[in-house]
Design a protein around this ligand. Sequence first.
Ligand SMILES: C[S@@+](CC[C@H](N)C(=O)[O-])C[C@H]1O[C@@H](n2cnc3c(N)ncnc32)[C@H](O)[C@@H]1O
Length: 286
Amino acid sequence: MSPDLRAELRTLLPPDKVNLVTKSFDIYGSKQKAVAVVEIPDELRDVEQEIGKALMRVNKNVSSVIAKESARTGDYRIRELRLIAGDPDTEVLHRESGCVFRLDPGTVYFSPRESRERDRLAEAVGDGEETLVMFSGVGPLPIRIGKRRPTVRVTAVELNPAAHNYCVENIHLNRVSDRIQAIEGDVREVCPGLGRTYDRVMMPLPRGAYKFLDVAVPLVKDGGVVHLYHWSSQEDAFTEAEKLIAEAASEYGRSAEFLDRIRVSQYSPGTWKVRVDARLSTIRSA
Ligand SMILES: C[S@@+](CC[C@H](N)C(=O)[O-])C[C@H]1O[C@@H](n2cnc3c(N)ncnc32)[C@H](O)[C@@H]1O
């Protein structure tokens, strides 16, 4: 987020090009070493190296600048990236709220912008609770939860081997191995065999988590909570998510009481990433 970047470029590029340079970009890492991920419009492709080098001059901790080549795609939700300046080694140690996460933005999903959302979810978990985090990535949610409450138990399931390996390392780095178990694999294959139920099941896969509600619902204890992320361009994304939860709950003889609805971030005009929390209870016949 550096207005200085445009100032730095004013003597190097014509004004019409300077005005196209992004004012915001994501920084992964720490004060020692960071990677910046930027959008480079087609009109700036010929000057992208100057932009990358200027970004490193005004952000002294940034050692690599990479440009987004595509939207996030595929099961792993990662994007193609292109190095435009600096060190080709883009692995960093990202610091957030007293935790550290080793990761490479080129091989795994991680969003520095979702720190506040992780605060909210970590705060929601009570002492002694058991939580299943599906789609756990490099482990930011399980680790934030485990770090905040030593008495919790968290199971983390992730498909991308690179993300899973970082998760295992991050659990170790944050000294929470006694309370978090990381499992590599597909939620659909791994979770039914876990042989237990949970106070909370978190589903942070906005594009398509609802397709796994049939796996999640039976794993929620009676009176436990499911946290579903949903990405929708519907006028009311909450209503759509609530309908999906209610339908899946009813398949298992459960009722859904809706607790919280959060707009997490805006993807594009009209498209929101939302979270809906619902308490699931067994429907008992009178
Ligand atoms: C949007 S990312 C969220 C990652 C992490 N929770 C975070 O907040 O940084 C979704 C993650 O789900 C993983 N994933 C996708 N499909 C999966 C599946 N069927 N089983 C397990 N993990 C899956 C992807 O590899 C990706 O790391």
